[in-house]
Every structure is written in C-alpha cells, then in structure tokens.
Design a protein. Structure first.
Length: 110
C-alpha cells in the first residue's frame, strides 16, 4: 500500500462513519474544531491531515482509530484484506501494550 492508497482509505472511512452518525461536514468540523473546508478537503482526497486531526475525528465519530485505516468498498479492496489488516493492527497494538506494561513494571520495581 502506498501513501495515496492510505489517504484514500482514511478519506473514504471518515466520510463513511460521518454519514453513519448522520453528521454533516459542518457538524464534524464543529465537533472536532477542524475547519469545514479542511473536512471537505480530507474527504475528497485533496489534503493530507495531521495525526492529531485523525485522532480527533475518530474520537468524535466514536470509532477506534484503526477503523479509519481499513479498506472500504470505495477503495476497491476485498473484505479478506480488511480482516488481515485488522489482525496485523491488533497484533501491533498488543505488542505496544505489552512493551508499555513491561516498562511500567520495571519502573515500579525500581
């Protein structure tokens, strides 16, 4: 997957989950503090946004952030790839949590 495909996935998923919540672009903009023009540009693949904005959008939409990275039918990628990507992301998240917990235990022991 290249950067352009990732941008399309994120854009398509933001639009998809915004519509599921019955939010307009203006609603999402107001709730995230991101300008309506930026929301429109993100959804139409015209701009790449910051990690902070992606986190704000996921939070307002009430979804786990990994869902923004999953393939959608709009990106012409099949369900199997979506499930495989979700599994990879969940494994990476588990590793991060395990590492953080180990670090916490080390600090607590000292």
């Amino acid at each position: 997957m290249n950067g352009e495909e990732l941008k399309r996935r994120i854009s398509a998923n933001i639009k998809k989950y915004r519509k599921i919540k019955n939010y307009t672009q203006s609603d999402l903009a107001e709730k995230t503090g991101i300008s309506p023009q930026t929301i429109a540009s993100i959804e139409s693949y015209r701009v790449w946004t910051s990690e902070d904005n992606i986190c704000k959008i996921a939070e307002v939409l009430g979804i786990d952030i990994y869902k923004l990275f999953l393939p959608t039918k709009d990106t012409l990628i099949y369900e199997e790839e979506s499930a495989a990507l979700k599994e990879k992301l969940m494994l990476q998240i588990e590793k991060i949590i395990e590492h953080s917990y180990e670090e916490f235990l080390k600090e607590k022991a000292n």
